[in-house]
Design a protein around this ligand. Structure first.
Ligand code: KIV
Length: 270
């Protein structure tokens, strides 16, 4: 049975909730088979998959296409599609249509929105329409031109703003809240103050769950933020395999007889 928002809420406070990104069917299948609760099709695909410097160029069509690939390969996890930069927030009708595409066309179960004062009412409207919304506060990379990628919530005023927005989005019906790159004591207090689960990334161990970009977690990225733990070094593994392939082709060792077939009747074509 696929995980629902209700299952995620039921797990909250009982056991840590697990979330990883995935952007393609193969990765989604592996992540899903390993029992991860939620798969986020993050707009981080702008960096990880599409080679952009930031997430800003990512389009709704790209998000829908990658979300559909992930949803087709996922049997159990809750699939959350990220809403890309400027696809929400300036016009409700367009925001809702864009979010609706992620559920209707791509097969996501929920959307994630980088949140602010402008997304409170929108969250409420989407939830009323049946679109589960995951809020996102702290470092919100779509604001890179305003904040850079610096840690957020480091002053009293900023921390209180995050707490206030967390409460407002809970009130608006968001089913969970991603807290990115904020001090762990701030994340702990937000987690304590609201009933919906907090999912931390660079926000310490007191959140109700954790999320990482899968490329970072498995060691595929060429650079990772300080809060990431690499659980493998797939970049090195992959480089080793590709070296072996090149050497085998160049030396004539590959393909061997076992990788080829001969059709006896076709020996004399001319
Ligand atoms: O786009 C993304 O991958 C994200 C996570 C880092 C939370 O927003």
């Amino acid at each position: 049975m696929p995980t629902t928002v209700r299952d995620v809420l039921a797990k909250s406070g009982e056991e840590p909730i697990t979330m990883l990104t995935a952007y393609d069917a193969v990765t989604a299948e592996i992540v899903d088979e390993r029992g991860i609760d939620m798969i986020l099709v993050g707009d981080s695909l702008g960096n990880t998959v599409l080679g952009h410097e930031s997430t800003l160029p990512v389009t709704v069509d790209q998000m829908a296409s990658h979300t559909a690939a992930v949803a087709r390969a996922t049997e159990n996890a809750l699939v959350v599609a990220d809403m890309p930069f400027l696809s929400y927030g300036h016009d409700d009708k367009e925001s809702i249509e864009n979010a609706g595409r992620m559920l209707k066309e791509a097969g996501a179960h929920a959307v994630k929105i980088e949140s602010g004062p402008h997304t409170v009412e929108l969250t409420e409207k989407m939830v009323q329409l049946g679109i589960p919304v995951q809020a996102h506060l702290g470092l919100t990379p779509q604001r890179v031109n305003q904040t850079g990628y610096a840690r957020q919530g480091t002053s009293n005023e900023e921390a209180e703003r995050i707490l206030d927005l967390a409460r407002q989005h809970e009130e608006a019906g968001a089913f969970s809240l991603v807290l990115e790159h904020v001090p762990s004591n701030v994340a702990a207090q937000v987690t304590e103050a609201i009933d919906i689960p907090t999912i931390g990334i660079g926000a310490g161990g007191d959140c109700d769950g954790q999320v990482l970009v899968v490329d970072d977690a498995v060691g595929l990225s060429d650079w990772t933020p300080s809060f990431v733990k690499e659980f493998a070094n797939l970049r090195e593994e992959m480089a080793g395999a590709i070296d072996q392939y090149r050497e085998a082709v160049e030396s004539g060792e590959f393909p061997g007889e076992e990788h080829s077939h001969v059709e006896e009747d076709l020996d004399e074509l001319y």
